[in-house]
Structures are given as structure tokens and as C-alpha cells.
Design a protein around this ligand. Structure first.
Ligand SMILES: [Zn+2]
Length: 117
């Protein structure tokens, strides 16, 4: 996986952060990870977090930007954020990545949002 493009102090991620009342947020739009409340260094140092957002980057590539945004929002409206199949896929994949690297210390996944809902 190559290092993702990030946008720190993203206004979009700041809005998501306020809506979610989360201390830090990463949110993928297209092929950019929008960050708020965290630095690029802090984000990249968290293997599980990076793996989670990498799944969303792949989902955007597979579906296309607008189709994915639409499908994601429809899915979120149907079943909510947590059960959204695109979030389930990202969580499960990120967990697999961390479990495959026994040197990585497990810790709770930070709150994040993808994309704005
Ligand atoms: Zn996600």
C-alpha cells in the first residue's frame, strides 16, 4: 500500500468532527484522506487507522467517486453508520492487517467518518 494523500485541517473533516463530536476524524473523499484534530504523522503512525481508510480509498476507485458517495449515503440511510457494509468491510480489513502484524499494539480504532452524512 502506498502512502495515502492527506489533507490536514480539512474543513470537510472539521464539519464531520463537530457532527460526530469526535476528537479526531479521518474522512476519505475520492483519493484524499481529509484529517481534522490529528496530524498526518499521527494518522500514518496508526496502522489500523491507515488500513481502514485504505479500504475506503479502494472502494472509491472500484465504484467511482459519485457512484460511491451515493451508494455509501444510501447504505448509511438504510442501516446506519456502524452497519454500513462499506464500514464493515473497512473495519474487518483493518483488523486483519493489524492481526497479521504481531508487533503492532492493538488499540481502539479512532472515531472517523467517511464521507459526510
Ligand atoms: Zn470508515
Amino acid at each position: 500500500m502506498h502512502t495515502p494523500r492527506t489533507w490536514t485541517n480539512s474543513p470537510l473533516a472539521r464539519i464531520a468532527r463537530m457532527v460526530l463530536k469526535a476528537p479526531r476524524v479521518a474522512m476519505v473523499v475520492g483519493q484524499t484522506v481529509h484529517l481534522s484534530g490529528t496530524s498526518r504523522e499521527e494518522f500514518l503512525a496508526d496502522a489500523e487507522w491507515v488500513a481502514h481508510e485504505a479500504v475506503h480509498l479502494r472502494q472509491y476507485r472500484e465504484h467511482g467517486l459519485l457512484p460511491f458517495l451515493w451508494k455509501y449515503l444510501v447504505e448509511s440511510a438504510r442501516v446506519g453508520y456502524y452497519h454500513n457494509k462499506y464500514e464493515v468491510e473497512a473495519r474487518e480489513e483493518a483488523r486483519r492487517v493489524v492481526l497479521a502484524d504481531p508487533g503492532h499494539v492493538l488499540r481502539p480504532l479512532p472515531r472517523h467518518a467517511t464521507p459526510p452524512a
